[in-house]
Design a protein. Sequence first.
Length: 323
Amino acid sequence: MEGSNEKFKPQKILIATDGSEASEKAADFGIETLRFEGAKVYAVYVIDTGSYGSVPVDEKKFKKIERLEEIGHKATSYVEKKATAAGMKVESIVLKGNPAEEIVDFAEEQRVDMIVVGSLGKSGIKRFMLGSVSEKVVRRAKIPVLVVREQKEIKPQKQILIAADCSKATEKAVDFGIEIAKLNGAKVYAVHVIDPIFNDLMEEAWAENAYEQFKKIGREAVSYVEEKANAAGVKVESAVLEGNPAEEIVDFAEEQKVDMIVVGSLGKSGYEQFAIGSVSSKVLRNAKVPVLIVHDIYEFVELFRRCQKSEEVPTPVAGEKEQ
């Protein structure tokens, strides 16, 4: 498995907020974890107009929107102060429309490198994140999304789990996870899980041979992470497990008291509809720590952007894996 030589150091980070305590803690986590030199933060609040967008404007509706705008400015102000204190550039934006759509569209328009969203947040007026907004953002976005569950306190990033397989999405997830670990002085756990379901689908002889092949793939996957981590000077430990992939990843994270999980998410088909993979979806729903979801579409989008800007795009040489 060959990776890109380019390092992932996000220069534009969108932090979605709804003013709730949960989203404030998500902002704290995102700023603390992604404080890369020269990075800029977009603090974004979206007024959900879906429930009354077609209703004629009257004084009651006007006052409600006005109140939501005040909440939005207060919410983004919190993120702005935190980002500024961390030495990051920041810009606050209050938008109107469908929250998930507005967040993703704004990220694309501004060529954002990563989105940070909270989960289980309450806006004080209505539910804002998880299942609805945060999960829709993950499904729609073409860039990495860091989903931060509500936490009692923001802990320093000391241990990061990177779920490893041999997919293109994992290559990028590895790069992202290691750069974040390096920035935070964290240790990386490279984890690959063998799903034993094949035992029920094959004859014993075939199953035994397949199992050996899967173990080999698992070792190759974690070795790839080890090599990347060692090259970056990041402490790394690997594990090849067996069982339900999502359950094993979440259980391992809890046992090792991991602070964040990084997982790649394969696209549904081609580059048409971006769907979070089944394993990453289950990890996202069940993990008790922040989860960074990395889509395999990311590299394609970066290549397309470079073409749009008329930048030179290197042509793969013979025998080299195309990016």
